[in-house]
Design a protein around this ligand. Structure first.
Ligand code: NAD
Length: 323
């Protein structure tokens, strides 16, 4: 599952992290991509528990010092046990594949929405703060970019619908029950240890470059995406863990987008590859433009994305080559 090793840990990213210490922290999905980077950032100064069924993550991603409970977030008893005595929860576990959610909307709803409601209920009992992984997928096809938190939401997949439901529940659990929640709407995250089965375009291009090419762009390559390095996503989570702006949702991207063509060219460059770039049929229903307006996170959380795409891709190339 893992195409990198421990040497890739913490390759880039300025240290802008607020102090989160002496807490009992649960990270659902902590053996996965984002969750394991979060675990790493927290393990030194906190008691860190990871709840993960290892369906997409890997045991070796969990840093030393964190306790791994192998289990399903849909199982109420397992969640109650993992949450016992927690101060802070980062909810990252999810059925992450949009395609899979289209094939099996019931399962997406069970894992992404229903399990979240149960987790929020347990958090009420523990009076724990919950930071939840929402997604840019809540916006569907944005009417214009950059997209702000208040813009219209019209998700185009069961995954997006379930993330929107998670996002709404987070806010309403604050309004109705006073629970401290923060929803983070992640844009396109990249970095070491990303689930290789997840068809993220950065992953695909790196694999294609390693295989000697070609890099295949779906469509004309002029579609744009906001690629955010995982260390900046960790920064946003740690800020969310300490903010007084609870009951809110925040975009987590960089506020800059690039075309998929530019991404392909940069991957070729940073991997020193001579792979060609070709175009294949566009993906049906592909979103044309995606870019986060991160001014709310900047102003209210103090979030400042610190890794440029080129630096992040270069570091990723080096970690994959074991340099
Ligand atoms: P990932 O697949 O690497 O991590 C998800 C983890 O959840 C995996 O370790 C998997 O084993 C675990 N998991 C899945 N189902 C589970 C279950 N039923 N019980 C327990 N554990 C379970 O994905 P990621 O990229 O780290 O994503 C983290 C979160 O961020 C997810 O909620 C995802 O929807 C969201 N998100 C990610 C991106 C991105 O670009 N990576 C973008 C938007 C939102």
């Amino acid at each position: 599952m893992n195409d990198t090793d421990a040497s890739d840990r913490g390759a880039v990213g300025a240290d802008r992290t607020p102090d989160v210490s002496n807490q009992t922290v649960l990270i659902t999905g902590g053996a996965g991509f984002v969750g394991s980077h979060l675990a790493e950032a927290l393990v030194e100064d906190n008691e860190v528990r990871v709840l993960d069924d290892l369906s997409g993550g890997a045991r070796e991603h969990v840093p030393e010092g964190a306790q791994l409970a192998e289990g399903d977030i849909c199982d109420h008893e397992t969640v109650a046990e993992a949450m016992d005595g927690t101060d802070l929860v980062f909810h990252e576990a999810a059925l992450v594949s949009v395609e899979e959610s289209v094939e099996n909307p019931t399962e997406s709803n069970r894992v992404n929405a229903a399990a979240t409601v149960n987790l929020l209920e347990r958090a009420r009992e523990e009076d724990a703060r919950v930071v939840l992984a929402s997604s840019a997928a809540v916006y569907g096809h944005p009417e214009s970019v950059p997209v702000s938190e208040g813009d219209s939401k019209d998700p185009t997949s069961p995954y997006g619908i379930d993330k929107l439901s998670l996002d709404h529940y987070a806010r309403r659990y604050h309004d109705l029950y006073g629970l401290e929640t923060v929803a983070l709407r992640y844009f396109n995250i990249y970095g070491p240890r990303q689930n290789p089965e997840y068809s993220a375009v950065v992953n695909v291009f790196f694999r294609q470059a390693a295989d000697g090419g070609p890099l295949t762009i779906e469509g004309d390559g002029q579609q744009t995406r906001d690629f955010v390095h995982v260390s900046d996503v960790v920064q946003a989570n740690l800020l969310a863990a300490t903010t007084d702006r609870v009951g809110e949702a925040f975009n987590v991207g960089t506020g800059r987008s690039v075309t998929v063509e530019e991404l392909a060219e940069t991957v070729v460059e940073v991997t020193d590859s001579d792979a060609e770039i070709t175009h294949v049929e566009p993906r049906p229903g592909d979103i044309r433009h995606s870019e986060a307006d991160v001014s709310k996170a900047r102003t209210e959380l103090g979030y400042e994305p610190s890794v440029s795409l080129e630096a992040g891709l270069r570091a990723l190339a080096e970690s994959k080559q074991g340099r």
